[in-house]
Design a protein around this ligand. Structure first.
Ligand code: DGL
Length: 269
């Protein structure tokens, strides 16, 4: 076994960086690798079967090429659809990302909880199952946004996004039927990238639930300590093969991420 086998963190785009940064902070000894299926972004509007096939195909190519120890699917839309197929096909462990409905309902005082996600995650049986199992006594509002993940990516690319555009996407999360929503689940890994903008656009303060730290802890628990910190930047692969533009390079830098060399940036799919 190669001593430098890494942990692969996978998403449709840049949202998985919110999980990656938690894992990097928790486990500086690990070699981390980031991969974004940006050629297929956004996943939120894909048909279920096509998405499962796409995710399994891309992740298979990445596993073959990068030989990771473990894969974190840092994407709710992909995890709620493709995790069983990935686990059935590969023997390495997978850690998924699914809507944090359980902790949200436990913490809510008003018992009005909203789940902000992509349209794909909102319509999944998996999400309905989490509500049935963990939301007893809570009124859960599911809000599917077609555009919010793309707006988060635009902000990371340095583009101007108006507050009103963000406010209109999150507005349905805020229910006041005599008792107000006090907790919003960030059920798409892109959303914590723009938490400051969400807080600013919210009509009243709420508890925003980001499961990234819990996912990092779960992944970390599956891999033995290796001692020394690697001190290395994290290599990122993009399925489009496109080189990130300067503003994005700068944003990636804040996550200690660099794009892999041009000739290796595009994994086989
Ligand atoms: N980051 C992904 C998630 O957690 C979704 C973004 C997309 O639509 O591709 O669901």
């Amino acid at each position: 076994m190669r001593p430098d086998r890494g942990v692969l963190v996978f998403d449709s785009g840049l949202g998985g960086l919110t999980v990656l940064r938690e894992l990097a902070q928790l486990r500086p000894d690990l070699r981390l690798i980031y991969a974004a299926d940006d050629a297929a972004f956004p996943y939120g509007q894909w048909d279920d079967d096509a998405l499962a096939e796409r995710v399994v195909g891309v992740v298979a190519g990445l596993i073959e090429r990068l030989d990771p120890l473990l894969v974190v699917i840092a994407c709710n839309t992909a995890s709620t659809m493709a995790l069983p197929a990935l686990r059935a096909r590969f023997s390495i462990p997978f850690v998924g990302t699914v809507p944090a409905i359980k902790p949200a309902c436990e913490r809510s005082v008003s018992k009005r909880v909203s789940v902000l996600a992509t349209p794909g995650t909102v319509k999944r049986d998996y999400t309905q199952g989490l509500i049935r199992e963990f939301a007893a006594g809570c009124n859960v509002t599911l809000v599917g946004s077609e555009k919010l993940a793309s707006l988060a990516e635009a902000i990371l690319r340095g583009e101007a996004v108006e507050d009103a555009a963000i406010a209109s996407k999150i507005e349905p999360c805020f229910v006041d039927d005599g008792s107000r929503t006090d907790t919003v689940v960030l059920a798409c890994t892109h959303y914590p990238l723009i938490l400051d903008r969400l807080v600013k656009a919210a009509p009243w303060p709420v508890n925003w639930i980001d499961p990234a730290a819990a996912i990092a802890r779960r992944a970390s628990s599956l891999i033995a300590e290796r001692g020394e910190a690697t001190g290395l930047p994290i290599e990122a692969y993009f399925t489009s093969g496109k080189r990130p533009q300067p503003a994005l390079v700068q944003s990636l830098c804040q996550f200690n991420v660099v794009a892999a060399q041009a000739e290796t940036a595009k994994p086989p799919v």
